[in-house]
Design a protein around this ligand. Structure first.
Ligand code: CAA
Length: 294
């Protein structure tokens, strides 16, 4: 099946890799060639990891890359059965992309979004004649590793579209869950406020970043602590999700912590800028002892 993924960042490239290793033909599209090529490189590295762990053979990795086109030419989505966007968390940017795709894709094409928290119903409403074809397919970072995909239903999503997306996620060897649209869906409605709370503990001077994360790893059996996950996801994304939760619900329990805002203003976005609540080396590994102090 031909799939077109928009946005060649961490999530987009990771999702593209998942489709490639399941045998699909993938177009990875971004607005600048350097972004598309950076996404291609991420996939080369990701497949390389799988080869070095003995999960796939080098020949299969090469074959996956032969099925991948990294491009700025969105018209290549013309005959895709699925278009999936993983661009920045901005409603207008996502709507404009879907509007462009509407003029080139067939009416059968499924329009999927990997949004972390934005209203799928609003996206679908922007194209009323194909609103039944909209569905959320929300992958988790790192997409090639994390098993979950939230399959999100807008109020307009047809059963046919929903079931096709659910079955597709299963065919990718993922474990889908069903959720109706609501801010943050299931995971981010809990996970991002937990990070916000961890940031509050740090800002209140109660514990270091290292100890906050250690506490949640050892005390709640999380594979990585909330501040490491915040750095993995990106503080710009975390802030956007918190803002959506706060704006949509009006509930003060979702208010973004001022330190989260400060981190974003400083450009301390996490792994992608090599500085967040921790510092990272050139291979993206957390530098021991680099956590923010209270
Ligand atoms: N492609 C293929 N394989 C990859 C990969 C990639 N891009 N990235 C990592 N891997 C593999 C590694 O090769 C390794 O394989 P083995 O287990 O066979 O050795 C495995 O994944 C683990 O990777 P690492 O050894 O590099 O690192 P780790 O053991 O420290 O685990 C982690 C890293 C999987 C990220 C783990 O720390 C973890 O599960 N953390 C929590 C992640 C999390 O919570 N993600 C959700 C974020 S929220 C979100 O994404 C939603 C949103 O909308 C914001």
């Amino acid at each position: 099946m031909k799939v077109c993924v928009f946005g060649a960042g961490n999530m987009g490239a990771g999702i593209a890799q998942v489709f490639l290793t399941s045998g699909h033909e993938v177009v990875l599209c971004d607005v600048k060639d350097e972004f598309a090529q950076a996404g291609y490189k991420r996939i080369v590295n990701g497949l390389g990891k799988m080869v070095s762990k003995g999960k796939i053979a080098q020949e299969f990795a090469d074959e996956c890359l032969n099925r991948l086109t990294a491009t700025t030419n969105y018209v290549l989505a013309k005959d895709a059965k699925l278009v999936l966007e993983a661009v920045i968390e901005n409603m207008d940017v996502k709507k404009n992309l879907f509007l462009k795709l509407d003029s080139i894709c067939s009416h059968e094409t499924i329009f999927a979004t990997n949004t972390s928290a934005l209203s799928l119903t609003e996206m679908a409403a922007s194209l009323p004649h194909r609103c039944d074809k909209f569905v959320g397919m929300h992958f988790f970072n790192p997409a090639p590793v994390m098993k979950l995909v939230e399959i999100i239903r807008a109020i307009q999503t047809s059963d046919e579209t929903y079931e096709a997306a659910f079955a597709l996620a299963e065919s990718l060897n993922k474990q889908p869950v069903t959720v109706k649209e609501g801010p943050g869906f299931i995971v981010n409605r809990m996970l991002i406020p937990m990070m916000n709370e961890a940031i509050g503990i740090l800002a209140d001077g109660l514990a270091s970043a290292e100890d906050i994360d250690k506490a949640m790893c050892l005390g709640a059996n999380h594979p990585s602590g909330p501040l490491a996950v915040a750095d993995l996801v990106g503080n710009d994304v975390n802030l956007a999700i918190m803002e959506t939760l706060f704006e949509e619900t009006g509930d003060s329990k979702y208010r973004p912590h001022p330190l989260l805002k400060k981190m974003v203003r400083a450009g301390y976005l996490g792994k992608k800028t090599r500085k967040g609540f921790f510092a990272y080396d050139e291979n993206g590994k957390q530098i021991p002892g680099s956590g923010m102090k209270p």
